[in-house]
Design a protein around this ligand. Structure first.
Ligand code: KG4
Ligand code: ZN
Length: 358
């Protein structure tokens, strides 16, 4: 049952779906009062990727301190809050359990209502958040909106007809865009996390130096990035980089060319979706939305097409809890709160998939 929340109601958001432990306080689903994110990047860098067991252990060590810091920074007390929103999927189950258990504990101890939030929907809502002194990236009134949600685990093109009314019109058949960038960075020896490392290395390279494919899944708006990953392994070998000393100039060219192919592919399908569904606005979300080439290419398309393109500041593209509190506020308004019996889900659908369901 829908609940009526007031415009100044405060929500605590909690996010632990992967390797960021995060808590935030958001007013009225939009205004970010505090946004605390503890990244585990350094912890996982030695393994070249997220180790689930290590991630959940670290979440449980620091979650209480992170929530405490968010309250302190806002600054608010438990008595000031209207509810708690926590990511309960999709994500790493062991990691999700830590955030959801903590949120249940807080709800039980304080009597505050609790809500489970879909991590993908939360990424989308990052576009509606407003940081102190800033403005929201997107308007929630320009509908329909097409939103590209590209992260380490997802590459979805979502048609937003109304807030809460979604249709996934394109998704990835294999790897996510972020995964493809992380893998390429590993091949190039650029470290973890790979997306930002490729973005940095690419600044010194020539995007036209190496020809990478722009994979098409015919008759659909879907993505396929696995072939691109293989092409990078091949190009790395062909450039003789396997046995040779590090050739930074060649590595920069490979990074720039690869990034260009990923960005072109994301832009091609997203802008096609915008045309097909008559979008009045396009939004980018998820960690890959932090990518400088993707942002530049989408901005150029916006200039040409006249369709506004929005993307949140980088710290709101990557995993954070402000987006969870924002999505939670609007979800509670539409569907009401959940009980203390919410579960966690490694996979969780945002909406039905209409193009080529498999
Ligand atoms: O949304 P996110 O923080 O976590 C998931 O929900 O997966 O996304 C993480 C992904 C990683 O694959 C990371 O390499 C990528 O986002 N990423 C980037 C950039 N910053 C983060 N990819 C390209 N360029 C960036 N600047
Ligand atoms: Zn994410």
């Amino acid at each position: 049952m829908a609940v009526s929340l007031r415009p100044n109601d405060l929500i605590l958001g909690v996010e632990t779906s992967c390797d960021e432990t995060a808590a935030a306080i958001v007013r009225g689903g939009r205004e970010v009062l505090a946004n605390v994110v503890a990244s585990q990047d350094e912890l996982h860098a030695q393994f070249g990727g997220v180790v689930p067991e290590v991630a959940s252990r670290r979440h449980s060590e620091i979650i209480t301190a992170i929530v405490g810091e968010a309250l302190q920074r806002a600054p608010v007390t438990w008595a000031d809050l209207a509810g708690i929103a926590v990511t309960n999927g999709p994500g790493l189950v062991g990691s999700l359990i830590v955030g959801v258990s903590a949120a249940k504990g807080y709800a039980l101890a304080t009597g505050l209502p609790l809500l489970g939030v879909n991590h993908i929907e939360a990424h989308l809502f990052a576009n509606y958040l407003q940081e102190p002194g800033g403005t929201p990236a997107a308007s929630d009134e320009l509908l329909p909106t097409i939103c590209l949600i590209a992260s380490g685990g997802h590459s979805d093109i979502v048609l937003v007809r109304e807030l809460g009314d979604y249709q996934i019109v394109g998704w990835t058949r294999d790897d996510a865009a972020g995964e493809a960038l992380d893998k390429a960075a590993r091949v190039l020896g650029l470290g973890y996390p790979g997306g930002p490392a490729i973005d940095r290395a690419a600044r010194n390279g020539d995007p036209g130096a190496v020809q990478f494919p722009r994979p098409v899944v015919s008759g659909s708006l879907d993505f396929s990035f696995s072939g691109l990953k293989t092409a990078m392994v091949r190009a790395f070998k062909e450039a003789g980089l396997e046995d040779a000393e590090r050739d930074e100039a060649m590595i920069a060219d490979l990074a720039a060319s690869y990034q260009e192919a990923v960005a072109d592919t994301l832009v091609r399908n997203t802008t096609r979706a915008a045309g097909e569904f008559g979008a009045r606005q396009v939004m980018l979300a998820g960690g890959v939305a932090a990518n400088s080439r993707l942002r530049a290419k989408m901005s150029a398309w916006s200039e040409d097409s006249g369709v506004p393109v929005a993307f949140p500041p980088i710290r709101l593209c990557t995993d954070n809890a402000a987006m969870v509190a924002g999505a939670g506020y609007f979800r509670a308004c539409r569907h009401g709160w959940d009980g203390l019996d919410i579960e966690v889900f490694s996979a969780m659908s945002l909406a039905e998939h209409i193009h080529n369901p498999t």
